[in-house]
Design a protein around this ligand. Sequence first.
Ligand SMILES: NC(=O)C1=CN([C@@H]2O[C@H](COP(=O)(O)OP(=O)(O)OC[C@H]3O[C@@H](n4cnc5c(N)ncnc54)[C@H](O)[C@@H]3O)[C@@H](O)[C@H]2O)[C@@H](O)CC1
Ligand SMILES: Nc1ncnc2c1ncn2[C@@H]1O[C@H](COP(=O)(O)OP(=O)(O)O)[C@@H](O)[C@H]1O
Ligand SMILES: [K+]
Length: 491
Amino acid sequence: MGETIQDILVTPAEMTAIDRDAARSGIDSFALMRSAGMAVSAAALRLFPAALRFVALCGPGNNGGDGYVAAGALADSGANVTVFALGDPKALKGDAARAHRACSLAASPAETYEPQPGDVVIDALFGAGLARDLPEQVKEIVERVTGNGTPVLAVDLPSGIDGHTGGVRGSSFIAAHTVTFMALKPGHLLMPGRARSGTVEIFDIGIPARLVAARAGNLRLNTPRSWAHYVSALDPATHKYKRGHLGVLSGGELSTGAARLSAAAGLRAGAGLVTLASPSKALAVNASHLTAVMLKEIKDAGDLSGWLQDKRLNAFVLGPGFGIGKKARDFALMLCDRALVLDADGMSSFREGRAELFEKIASSGGEVVMTPHEGEFARLFPEIAADAALSKIEKAQAAARLSHAVIVYKGPDTVVAAPRGRCVVNTNAPPWLATAGSGDVLAGIIGAHLAQGFPAFEAAAAAVWRHGEAGTEAGRGMTAETLVENIPPLA
Ligand SMILES: NC(=O)C1=CN([C@@H]2O[C@H](COP(=O)(O)OP(=O)(O)OC[C@H]3O[C@@H](n4cnc5c(N)ncnc54)[C@H](O)[C@@H]3O)[C@@H](O)[C@H]2O)[C@@H](O)CC1
Ligand SMILES: Nc1ncnc2c1ncn2[C@@H]1O[C@H](COP(=O)(O)OP(=O)(O)O)[C@@H](O)[C@H]1O
Ligand SMILES: [K+]
């Protein structure tokens, strides 16, 4: 599968286990800390050559240990460095105590730090071990630093960011740059942690990749490496039916645009044929806007059942502009045993009666992808959405498990999760994708991939990535229409 360590995400708990495995395998844990601290020092010198002073804020655990190593290395290189310790450094244990002893700089109490012009903060207060909200006195330090606009270089994670969820524990630094070790953590990618980590550098401190891979679960970054093997399986000597026939279900005459966007995106993204299925009254308005996309009158469940006799129709998009209600529910249940993207109104129609949908998905063996944004997620999975202990990743995984569908939990940090727990987090989406119709385009791209025979998880992950690339290519002023035009080739 061409997997590389850069794509693996590890939770803080997994990272702690990896550190322990490394020590058990005979690797010198203090050498790892030295390597971590040296990397931080190098990043500080590289990124802040004009700093008048580096201020190392060192916490009570190993994150603080990294800070003492970095401070010592910066001083050795001739930089002006001041160290501030949170808590009594005499209480430090193990490698952190050793790092403190090896650092010749005297430490003042962290509470006394007053930012000065020209300061750059090395944030080594808390990393993977952050276990609760920041105490009041730390929040005050964070607020002073943030209020002053002092640049922050975070060690492992900005202090206050929960590495597991990306959430803010009371308060957090907003880093310009973060140096993390061996692998990304969910907190670097999930919001708001992502926005507060700045640029993130993954430094290899020397733990063998096999130890990282052995503990890592099924969380990955969404990169073409996650699904490229399906792209290469596309037959170059193909014909249009081999590239699949996607059906998109249009809403009524006053809400046809969303489905047309999905259809246009489906064609552009590589479906061999796309047909827009339209209620009678919307036929004229749809016809006046379509060229390559075909049009078919589908009034009711009877018409749909007749249309489904054509087995070449192998994927559907239901939901954009469709209208909430019984018709959407009936159609969705009929389409579950084909590959189906259930988006927007298609999902919202199951606010009541979701059990029937989930059972149908489980029993039909179809490939179903659901694409909720935060509001739709809370409507369909209220109990999961309300569980504050779960990260966005865990919420998407729980929803996939419950619904038996692949879940694309949208947003700036879109998560794609499969019922058995496989999961990728997307990172290439520019913020201007948050525009009307952008989700309809995404649904169409997923539909095109399903029509071409991708399994649901890969169809969704590849589509989310292509959608992000298209947004970047379309640029800031984009609309959903220009987004469609900029969908890049799959390979
Ligand atoms: N081999 C290793 O274990 C390595 C670990 N490294 C560093 O070690 C860090 C993890 O070290 P630790 O597990 O010691 O964790 P941290 O140093 O992140 O924090 C743990 C300490 O903070 C206390 N604490 C947690 N939350 C608190 C809160 N809200 N308020 C006050 N105190 C709180 C804990 O009781 C504990 O004393 C990583 O982030 C990384 O920077 C690096 O040195 C690389 C090697
Ligand atoms: N801040 C953001 N940064 C990047 N992508 C975003 C952001 N906000 C939303 N998106 C993406 O834009 C799309 C919006 O979809 P959706 O909410 O369904 O909107 P609509 O219904 O208007 O099409 C999703 O793919 C989502 O992941
Ligand atoms: K930190």
